[in-house]
Design a protein. Structure first.
Lengths: 205, 91
């Protein structure tokens, strides 16, 4: 069945915007504003900061559009701007505790998986949309920033491993190892809500 | 025969379908024999799926209004500076 949605040609819009067509830039904004706001909220863990990041990211993108080389997607480029702005906000709020994406986290130890329990097939139907959203948001918020940022980019915003590495300025192996830890930690947090009633929980190392 | 530690190391590539067919077969053989790893793989897959199924919420009206107003100012500034540089060039 053909896709009823009109085709979205990002590179054509970017080209028009670069040539001074403000309407084209507004279309890019309409396309991505919700995703950028969600991304900023997920990284900063703060609604107000996320709103500021949304604005600063699009204003910077507009101002520096001539610098956009076109060798990556416009979306990846604006994500990178938004991530940088978000990290600056995060650092400002935690000025006593420096937030760095470069801090060493891997000491060669395996991630320990403690809770192993079968989930319902469709665990989300046990909860209202609002409750699910709260559970998911709070679980992501509780991850350390270095894991959270990788998970948000790879699994929520669906960037590739290479794009995530580029946006965060870290290596591909670092993306992979942090993503594994983030996924396993989230799995464990969500197991508390989504496990099948009566299923045994047992230790696993 | 893969151990559970070996399996966990490859879990991302397995879930993202990035492993070689030979390794994939080994991982699937381990899954068939290890209930713990089967549950971990299944619930990690559901974790990713549940996050990916969430649509971003709309930007609040006031935030969008503020953003568009700030962008409009930038656009006007650019137009004015383009005009000014055009006049300089013509002069």
């Amino acid at each position: 069945m053909p896709d009823p949605a009109p085709a979205f040609d990002e590179s054509a819009l970017v080209e028009r915007a670069r040539n001074g067509d403000d309407q084209a830039f507004a279309e890019l904004l309409n396309r991505y504003d919700r995703k950028i706001l969600r991304l900023a909220k997920n990284i900063t863990n703060n609604e107000e900061d996320a709103e500021d990041v949304l604005q600063e990211a699009f204003l910077k993108a507009y101002t520096h559009l001539a610098d956009f080389k076109g060798d990556s997607r416009f979306y990846t480029w604006i994500v990178r701007i938004a991530v940088n702005e978000s990290l600056m906000k995060l650092r400002k709020r935690k000025s006593d505790k420096m937030v760095s994406l470069d801090e060493p986290v891997d000491n060669g130890e395996e991630t320990v998986t403690r809770e192993v329990a079968v989930w319902d097939d469709t665990p989300e139907i046990k909860y209202s949309q609002e409750e699910i959203k709260k559970i998911l948001d709070e679980s992501v918020e509780s991850l350390p920033p270095i894991f959270r940022s990788v998970f948000v980019l790879r699994d929520i915003e669906e960037l590739s491993t290479e794009e995530t590495a580029e946006v965060l300025g870290i290596s591909i192996p670092a993306v992979k190892s942090r993503l594994l830890r983030a996924r396993l930690q989230l799995r464990e947090k969500l197991t508390r809500f989504f496990r099948r009633k009566g299923d045994n929980v047992f230790a696993y190392l | 025969m893969l151990t559970c530690k070996d399996f966990l190391k490859e879990l991302n590539d397995y879930l993202d379908e990035h492993c070689e067919p030979g390794l994939r077969r080994e991982l699937e053989a381990h899954l068939g024999a290890c209930p713990n790893c089967f549950v971990i793989a299944d619930t990690t897959k559901k974790t990713i799926k549940i996050y990916q199924g969430q649509e971003p919420k709309a930007v609040p009206e006031m935030v969008r209004f503020r953003l568009l107003a700030a962008l409009e100012r930038k656009m006007q500034e650019r137009k004015s500076s383009d005009c000014a540089s055009g006049e300089v060039n013509r002069a």
